[in-house]
Design a protein around this ligand. Sequence first.
Ligand code: FE2
Length: 162
Amino acid sequence: MGEKINRIGLEAKASKKLAEDLNTLLASYQIFYMNVRGYHWNIRGDKFFELHLKFEELYNDLLIKVDEVAERILTLGHSPLHSFSEYLKESPVPERRNVSDGQEAVGQILEAFRIILPLQRKLLKASDDAGDEGTHALMSDYIRAQEKLVWMYSAYLGEAKN
Ligand SMILES: [Fe+2]
């Protein structure tokens, strides 16, 4: 009568649900990655050198996460989405084009984190409920580092502290 257990000892049904949410996260990271490459390329003005470099740091980090999230899905016994048509359909982060203003780009980065952070907190909770320490630790690392990034990007914009 027991729940079906997968090859890493997690409940199969819970793992499937986690993999689905991780695919949403993967799609979000892929779209966000391409958006940030766009900011890196198209940015203009007196903050060019500073932001061009910051955006490169960010997209390199996102690319690492794309691979980590995809491989976590495989570890859970499922398939990561791997086409941009699926990413566009699945990603709650919208595609951005032709942004050349630094303030606007940073504002859009903050908006993306406002979507991605709750998604990861949902995964943090679900992975905890499923006893999935691997996904839990990954989400925990992402959340902590990105919350700090949100503080820094907000400070750059001169936004209030809340
Ligand atoms: Fe470059």
